[in-house]
Design a binder for this molecule. Structure first.
Ligand SMILES: CC(C)(COP(=O)(O)OP(=O)(O)OC[C@H]1O[C@@H](n2cnc3c(N)ncnc32)[C@H](O)[C@@H]1OP(=O)(O)O)[C@@H](O)C(=O)NCCC(=O)NCCS
Length: 177
């Protein structure tokens, strides 16, 4: 992966600890979605972990973890964040930890543009799959990801019982290359 992530309408750069406030803003504006994954969301903690690159998968290394802060080219406004990890749970897997756009930047094709660029960047012999987790109650995002070809379920994780205050997420996979 690269230090920057450029598309037609978005530019992204690796987030630093100075970006904690911007990351927090993106997460706060997506609170409803975050609450579909767990009952007690701590946006301040999550923003700090992302900014400090401490949000790693089990056994993960910082050098394989990428958190991009995304900006709109049209007005340089913070548009969202993209978190990903190269090599989890296996060497040839690229894991998208999260793609969060601020509401005013959603629904105009930017998500599709960003994912398409990531796929181009990963078009090498090493990465064979992209995986991601999405909340089972987040049907908008399920529509988005399945529409982009993430059509294989690798696992369903979360509460074993089902109910209004129970949570589960599905891991989706797309083969590339
Ligand atoms: C999910 C998300 C990343 C999608 O990005 P986006 O820029 O809004 O989506 P796009 O405008 O690129 O849409 C791409 C496709 O997905 C579909 N789509 C996107 N949002 C949708 C929605 N809410 N309902 C139905 N379809 C949707 C679009 O119709 C489009 O399909 P098309 O190419 O056939 O027209 C963005 O809406 C977002 O950040 N949502 C809140 C956070 C979240 O849920 N993130 C995912 C968790 S990992």
């Amino acid at each position: 992966m690269l230090e920057t992530l450029d598309t037609e309408r978005i530019y992204g750069r690796i987030a630093t600890s100075d970006d904690e406030g911007s990351i927090r803003l993106v997460l706060e504006e997506n609170l409803t979605v975050l609450q579909l994954l767990e009952s007690k969301v701590d946006v301040a903690r999550d923003a700090r972990r992302i900014a400090d690159n401490d949000d790693l998968p089990p056994g993960g290394k910082k050098e394989n973890s990428y958190h991009y802060l995304l900006f709109a080219r049209s007005n340089n406004e913070v548009a969202g964040i993209l978190s990903c990890y190269l090599g989890y749970p296996e060497k040839e897997v690229f894991y998208v930890g999260g793609l969060f756009l601020r509401p005013r930047w959603q629904g105009i094709g930017l998500g599709k543009e960003i994912v398409s660029r990531v796929e181009d960047l990963l078009n090498n012999n090493i990465v064979k799959q992209i995986r991601l987790g999405v909340g089972l109650k987040n049907w908008s995002a399920l529509r988005f990801w399945t529409g982009l070809g993430f059509d294989t379920i690798t696992k369903i994780k979360g509460d074993s019982e089902f109910g209004v205050n129970q949570f589960a997420a599905v891991e989706l996979l797309k083969r590339i290359g």
